[in-house]
Design a protein around this ligand. Sequence first.
Ligand code: PMP
Length: 409
Amino acid sequence: NLMLDVVRVREDFPILERRVHGDVPLIYLDSAATSQTPTAVIDAMSAYYRTINSNIHRGLHSLADEATAAYEGSREKVRNFINARLTREIIFTRGTTEAINLVANSWGANWLNAGDEVLISVMEHHANIVPWQLLAERLDITLKVIPCDDDGVLDMNAYRDLLGEKVRLVCVNHVSNALGSINPVAEMARLAHEHDALILIDGAQAVPHQQVDVRAIDADFYVFSGHKMYGPTGVGVLYGKEALLEAMPPWQGGGEMIRTVSFENGTLFADLPYKFEAGTPAIAEVIGLGKAIDWLDCTHMGLITRWEQQLMTHATERMLQVDGLRIIGSSPNKAGAISFVVDGAHAQDIGLLIDQLGVAIRTGHHCAQPVLRRFGVDATCRASFAAYNTPEEIDLFVDALERVLTMVR
Ligand code: PMP
């Protein structure tokens, strides 16, 4: 029954020692937007620039070979991290957003026909809404929305009803960034497949909090970002089943993604995964992402999951004692984030004032306007947690919130 050693974890994150507004200690509760970066990741990226900086794949010298080995080493770490079968199934992108746009523009634009339906959930991030809306305008496909109940739990009966024979693709997040709800993605995948539809899972808010196994889920596509899982910005992952990726045409063209190019005979594309990695990628960031996975392995995802669940329970209990506070999203299965509103206080005011007390939370629509509208609000405050947060920080946050509320109400 090991416990996470949070004191040791915190030592890996120098930024947590920061003070803001002069001498106020920082309490960082915005990891769902961007998690902090452990020293090992920062050092790996710095070491890359100090020792092996060069372009990958096309070089025929020592630095290029070493950079290539480190870059491809990260691909193997990602494969293992999500239990994909093959490294060919791991495509590096700029982030979740780019990964979804890749699927929409390659798979979607080529495999969807007028009249086809794409199901998305009401609690999607704009990154998993807008690319499908753009596609719908081009192709005359129809988007349909899977609703959720008042607790922020997806309505599985409605989902079953929506799964008609025109549905070709289901797009859903594994964990909602706005509500924290964990969605039953394996069950959703099973149902989608029963209806010959594919499923794309946005795992941006899932991979930092729990072990993910894309084969156990039977995901067709699974996407996530480095900067929400202790890695750097500018890098993310598209996992896709080999046969699907194999059949998909490239989305972006350029260097690195070709076998031969000629004016007479056109272009032969490179094999997977390079077919989808046009141009020089974010090499240092990919290497940093690999280090973030090493860090998660050393720290043990199982311990992080359990620790964060304790933080979530403690925070929920403390927050519900605040007069007039309403939590948006009360699913029994939540991870990482708690959204809330308070009677008589604007989310924006709470955010600004609590920042003066050193507490960083997110306020606004969290790039998920439709689901906030579903709950009758246009903004919430969101406190989100990572392995380095402590129950003491949560107590200080709730105390700060009480102080702020006495000012604004
Ligand atoms: N999906 C979800 C669920 C998210 O939380 C986010 C980031 N807030 C994104 C997609 C977009 O990720 P990125 O900006 O890294 O592309």
